[in-house]
Design a protein around this ligand. Structure first.
Ligand SMILES: *[C@@H]1O[C@H](CO)[C@@H](O)[C@H](O)[C@H]1NC(C)=O
Ligand SMILES: *[C@@H]1O[C@H](CO)[C@@H](O)[C@H](O)[C@H]1NC(C)=O
Ligand SMILES: *[C@@H]1O[C@H](CO)[C@@H](O)[C@H](O)[C@H]1NC(C)=O
Ligand SMILES: *[C@@H]1O[C@H](CO)[C@@H](O)[C@H](O)[C@H]1NC(C)=O
Ligand SMILES: *[C@@H]1O[C@H](CO)[C@@H](O)[C@H](O)[C@H]1NC(C)=O
Length: 281
């Protein structure tokens, strides 16, 4: 009896240790490699990465969502079982973080594609030492968005001129009555947008909320967080030119076309963190 209880608890212990070890590890070396994902336009077959045969026919969106890494830490999954999984990596020296996708094996630790190695190495010491020392944990590659979201919607631009008018809400803005009197710090914390997406245009429902807007079209995917201060009629968003549109139009293709095609998701504005006034959103 005593023996079977003990073996059960041993088994539980082994499972706990096993799963904890598989989920994360500290102080692992991360080396710089040249998968050249961007140069190969995220084509896993052209880049000849180890996981190309199992994941290489996934969508472009999937292949380009994260920078690529090789994985060879003995605490985690090995071989093809690791292909396609995501790890969140933290440079222990600087705190820089990124999520990367496993596309290959590594002889030890992690092999980060050059651009993301560079991004994580903000103090340049990784380059000097020849590797970074990182903590990593396995994360969900496709976490549920925090709030409602839409993909591939049209975003037009409007000049709400917040900077010229010191972030005073225009009196014609649909959110003027509800939010126009809020403190300067609140009004100026994020760029502005008009909203007419699937959540509708009821000011009580949408005004003051924040959206993370992502433009995936350019080589460098770019995103901006904006606050809803108006409604609109066409498309889903009407981004303020300087504070919402231009920041995610690095190649000016949107200006050229007259609109952007973007994804957005409602996110927490974090207002309570830096304002003495708490607004129920
Ligand atoms: C990537 O390949 C691995 C190994 O075959 C497989 O387990 C995983 O489901 C694949 N992921 C996707 C999203 O295709
Ligand atoms: C992973 O890294 C990103 C930085 O790209 C960070 O913002 C995020 O909180 C991390 N995610 C998880 C699940 O740890
Ligand atoms: C958005 O557009 C991209 C590129 O055209 C496509 O791959 C993706 O499936 C679309 N997503 C949705 C949810 O329609
Ligand atoms: C903008 O408004 C804020 C808050 O009222 C004020 O502190 C600041 O001086 C103003 N800036 C300009 C350039 O007028
Ligand atoms: C993308 O970002 C990299 C690194 O920040 C930069 O060197 C490159 O010029 C950018 N490419 C474009 C097309 O903006």
């Amino acid at each position: 009896m005593g023996r079977s209880v003990m073996s059960v608890s041993l088994l539980v212990l082994v499972c706990l240790v096993g799963s904890a070890a598989a989920q994360s590890a500290e102080n692992v070396n991360a080396y710089k490699v040249y998968y050249m994902a961007e140069q190969y336009d995220w084509d896993m077959n052209a880049a000849h990465v180890y996981c190309a045969d199992v994941n290489g026919s996934n969508s472009y969106e999937w292949r380009s969502k994260y920078y690529w890494t090789g994985f060879g830490d003995p605490n985690g999954p090995s071989g093809k079982a690791a292909c396609g999984l995501c790890v969140n990596v933290t440079n222990t020296a600087t705190g820089d973080q990124a999520t990367v996708r496993i596309v290959a094996t590594s002889n030890s630790g992690l092999d980060l594609d050059e651009p993301i190695f560079h991004k994580l190495d903000s103090d340049g010491q990784g380059e000097v030492r020849g590797h970074l020392v990182v903590d990593y944990k396995f994360v969900d590659c496709d976490p549920e968005p925090a709030g409602p979201s839409e993909s591939n919607v049209t975003a037009y631009e409007t000049d709400y001129a917040p900077i010229a008018n010191n972030w005073t809400y225009p009196s014609h803005a649909a959110c003027y009555a509800k939010d126009g009197g809020k403190p300067f710090e609140w009004r100026s914390k994020y760029g502005w947008t008009g909203y007419c997406g699937k959540e509708g245009t009821d000011p009580e429902h949408i005004c003051g909320k924040c959206l993370k807007v992502t433009n995936k079209a350019p080589a460098n995917v770019s995103e901006v967080t904006v606050r809803i201060m108006d409604t609109c009629g066409l498309g889903a968003l009407e981004l303020d030119l300087e504070t919402g549109f231009k920041p995610i139009d690095p190649d000016r293709q949107g200006i050229h076309d007259g609109h952007l095609t973007v994804d957005y998701e409602f996110v927490n504005c974090g207002d309570e963190l830096d304002s003495p006034l708490v607004y129920s959103q």
